[in-house]
Design a protein. Structure first.
Length: 409
């Protein structure tokens, strides 16, 4: 199981590279925190799953009402459903929906340009995050109330599993009261964590005024160790959805190559079909040649009864019977026919005539080029030579007569 690395940028992007803080939760449970440059963060996150925690003030969560809209149509419907609640053009925004329940869905909204900058900044240091999470989702959820976290960069509020807020104003209590007044489900408890010392009296007064039980969290002042625990236990909205999902990015990388891949696939299939056809044709030719050799062997040696390998058997009997006499010379010349068969020369044997130590062979060929192949075979064969007596084309075949003679070795 890989380690999990939680990275938080210290301030907004404004020309110079921001510093960062991080926390690495190892598989054995040990948690290691650090702070420094992004280059140092890149060294610390080696071989770990990366979660980038971004400012919630720049990625607010909005509740959208979409009755009758299924999950498949959600991505297209969201921009139009939220258009009136947003200042920016919806074409410039990225929408990351949460779980759809009874026609309502929480949606984290962020400017595409800003998300691109965050991802590009990490990519410059060879860091590819698996998740991008708003900071208000990094604090734990209080089942019967709200969780308030006072941080150096602002105040984080977690009101529900899929709802939160990042408050950057210096008067967080005013925002807290407004949210309380607008909330349909009032919190029974308010748990306060982080650097809340300056607001201690205000928090006490606020809770007494609204009848809310005040709980002082025993969590550490640092946010990232808490985020490591929270985000390992809860499934929250990840900004890397839709066009920013890793699957979609991979698909976009391959998309320009799809036509070329399709053409290549067609070429490969065509080649395989062509090879299959050639293989069948050659197999059929081989079978026909084997049959011709077998028949020639049986015609030459009528006493033969069992034919297993006619080429080898004919060669063996020719060698056994060749004695150099006029009568036995026929078998030596007949070895020329075996020579053609062994080298898979395509021919149809028509007639054999032996006279005066010479063997006349009438055959049909597919083309005249095969004659050149035959002459070359005999030129390389010791003890035999061949002359083309005649050759003429008739239709789609060549009628040829070959004269095979013996030579002195």
């Amino acid at each position: 199981m890989p380690d999990h690395f939680f990275l938080r940028l210290e301030h907004e992007l404004a020309g110079e590279e921001p510093s960062a803080s991080w926390c690495r939760a190892q598989a054995d449970g040990e948690v290691m925190s650090g702070q420094g440059s992004l280059a140092e963060a890149a060294e610390a996150c080696h071989n770990a799953h990366i979660t980038l925690i971004v400012p919630g003030a720049l990625s607010p969560v909005i509740q959208a009402s979409l009755p009758g809209v299924g999950r498949n149509r959600l991505a297209k419907a969201l921009p139009y459903a939220l258009e009136e609640q947003l200042i920016d053009d919806v074409e410039e925004l990225h929408f990351a929906p949460g779980e759809l329940k009874e026609g309502c869905v929480p949606v984290v909204v962020v400017r595409r340009e800003l998300l691109d900058q965050w991802l590009a900044l990490l990519e410059q240091h060879n860091m590819i995050p698996q998740r991008v999470i708003p900071d208000y989702f990094s604090i734990p959820l209080l089942p019967q109330g709200w969780q308030l976290w006072f941080d150096e960069g602002g105040t984080l509020l977690r009101s529900q599993h899929d709802s939160g807020l990042s408050i950057t104003l210096t008067t967080p209590m005013l925002i807290l009261q407004r949210l309380y007044d607008e909330s349909e489900e009032k919190p029974e408890q308010l748990r306060v964590s982080g650097h809340s010392e300056k607001q201690a009296d205000e928090l006490t007064d606020w809770c007494e005024k609204n009848g809310v039980e005040l709980l002082q969290g025993e969590t550490p002042a640092a946010l990232l160790p808490v985020a490591a625990t929270t985000l390992s236990q809860e499934r929250v909205i990840n900004l890397l959805q839709g066009a920013y999902s890793h699957q979609e990015k991979t698909s976009r990388l391959w998309r320009p190559w799809w036509p070329a891949v399709a053409v290549l696939a067609v070429m490969v299939v065509s080649l395989l079909i062509s090879m299959g056809v050639d293989h069948q044709r050659l197999s059929a030719t081989q079978v026909a040649l084997d049959q011709e050799i077998k028949q020639l062997y049986l015609d030459t040696f009528p006493d033969a009864k069992r034919v297993v390998d006619p080429r080898a058997q004919m060669e063996a009997r020719l060698k056994a019977q060749a004695s150099g006499t006029e009568g036995d010379q026929f078998y030596q010349l007949l070895g020329g026919i075996t020579l053609l068969s062994d080298n898979e020369v395509s021919f149809e044997l028509q007639r054999l005539r032996y006279q005066n130590g010479e063997l006349n062979v009438d055959m049909h060929l597919k083309n005249l080029q095969i004659l050149d192949q035959i002459k070359q075979l005999f030129a390389d064969k010791k003890g035999l030579q061949a002359e083309v007596v005649s050759a003429s084309s008739r239709g789609n075949k060549v009628e040829a007569r070959l004269l095979i003679k013996g030579t002195k070795s």
